[in-house]
Design a protein around this ligand. Structure first.
Ligand SMILES: *Cc1c(COP(=O)(O)O)cnc(C)c1O
Length: 431
């Protein structure tokens, strides 16, 4: 029996894995989640590659689905970069899961590449039109994943002058089927224009729109596989469960850890490490869900005041007591991020990106006993070379740029500036 998908806002299963991937958002405005967890599905072997773990983990949801036959190939082709777990201490109690070895050096590469592979695995009469509003990292990962794939065109919208120079380069170094638009407005304008395009009857009739944003299950499922894989390997070597500290914003990455644990992988605690956008830590402390506008921090990819994937957490743990049992959460400010980068560079000889530093600081605040008795894995979500202006002064040295980022830096850039209006976007799309 295939496991169907349902909206977080309704108990009735309504679609399949490919349906959920194709639609992105459920028609009732909810997020797609599996209607059940596979029981007794075999766990991937400890020595399996990341792509094999992903295939084993996703397979129960793909039974009878059009992508079932090609799932192994999709995983092999899209999840083809290393995701190592590197020990930080000699006694094996602390390690780091490095998610930054993909083409744009942040964890979003894996989900974006798997989604791209799924959406382009079947031939289509009309090209798919992917519209993405981005404030930074997502757009680059999505562009890299879809670049030069047949049957799909990507249009990126970002706020002109409001992204970092490194990010802007990653958003504009594409050609062929990727179009980069610098919008003379804010990120909110970009999001509004994308929403208006989806809802405009004329445009929707002329274009086969879809979205590639982080709430798509096609991006989430591969993110469960790295927790499954790391926990299996830890259990094979040391026995017992592995606990994770996850730099969190919109909670898509951390949701993967909950999924892997629900499917039986040996995962202990899951700690959500937030910056000063503390909606989730406050919820766990007070029991009141109070979303608020985001505030800018050094860990900018986590500047989220109303994390959309929290709806998926609530679907698993509707009561605050149950949620407190399932996860812990903490908040770290910019001063602590700076201090942690400097201190851990001295202690471990490792340079964290500002997001990873949030998780490292949460680890440093655990009690002695918690650190000694558990096995902890920090999740490193981006390479520090993406944030040289923050990191280099703190470590008093330079960060070597990985080859994938260096290759992007060498490409010519191309961008069109447009007014923050639907008419301006429509003119580009209809061209
Ligand atoms: C997107 C991002 C995050 C936050 O991940 P969520 O899934 O939104 O919680 C953390 N770190 C980096 C580097 C990111 O790009």
């Amino acid at each position: 029996m295939p496991i169907p998908f349902r909206s977080t806002r309704s108990p009735l299963p309504t679609t399949t894995l490919s349906g959920a991937i194709r639609q992105g958002l459920a028609p009732d405005g909810g997020l797609y989640i599996p209607a059940a967890w596979p029981s007794g599905a075999p766990l991937a072997p400890a020595e399996a590659s990341f792509a094999e773990v992903a295939r084993a983990l996703i397979a129960p949801f793909a039974e009878g689905d059009p992508i079932e036959d090609v799932l192994g190939d999709l995983c092999q082709a899209s999840l083809d970069f290393p995701i190592p777990v590197v020990p930080l201490t000699g006694d094996g109690t602390l390690m780091v899961l490095e998610l930054f070895h993909g083409p744009t050096a942040a964890f979003k590469d894996a989900g974006a590449r798997f989604l791209a592979a799924c959406l382009t695995s079947t031939a289509r009469a009309r090209p798919l039109e992917i519209l993405v509003a981005t404030s930074g990292d997502t757009g680059g990962a999505v562009a890299a994943a879809f670049h030069r794939r047949p049957g799909v065109r990507v249009t990126l919208l970002y706020p002109q002058g409001l992204v970092s120079p490194t990010q802007e380069r990653q958003l504009t170094c594409w050609d062929d089927n990727v179009v980069s638009l610098a919008v003379a407005g804010t990120f909110d304008d970009c999001q509004r224009m994308v929403k208006e395009a989806f809802l405009d009857p004329g445009l929707a009739a002329r274009h086969d729109f879809t979205s590639a944003n982080s709430i798509n299950v096609g991006r989430l499922l591969p993110q469960a596989a790295w927790y499954a894989s790391a926990a299996r390997r830890n259990a094979a070597v040391h026995g017992g469960r592995l606990s994770f500290i996850v730099p969190s914003g919109n909670l898509g990455n951390a949701y993967g850890a909950l999924v892997a644990r629900a499917m039986g992988y040996p995962i202990g605690e899951i700690i959500l490490a937030h910056n000063t956008n503390r909606t989730v830590p406050d919820y766990l402390a007070t029991g009141t869900w109070a979303p608020r506008p985001s505030v800018p921090t050094l860990a900018s990819a986590m500047d989220v005041g109303n994390p959309s994937n929290f709806e998926r957490f609530l679907a698993m743990h509707p009561e605050v007591a149950g949620m407190r049992h399932a996860v812990r959460a903490a908040s770290v400010d910019d001063d602590a991020i700076r201090r942690r980068i400097t201190e851990d560079h001295r202690t471990y000889g490792r340079t964290w990106c500002p997001h990873t530093a949030v998780a490292a600081d949460v680890y440093a605040r655990l009690t002695e006993a918690e650190r000694r008795e558990g096995r902890w894995c920090l999740v490193a979500t981006a390479h520090p070379a993406k944030f040289p202006e923050v990191v280099e002064p703190l470590i008093g040295g330079t960060v070597a740029v990985p080859p994938s980022l260096a290759a992007l830096a060498g490409r010519p850039t191309r961008v069109t500036t447009i007014a923050p209006t639907l008419a301006a976007l429509a003119a580009v799309l209809d061209r």
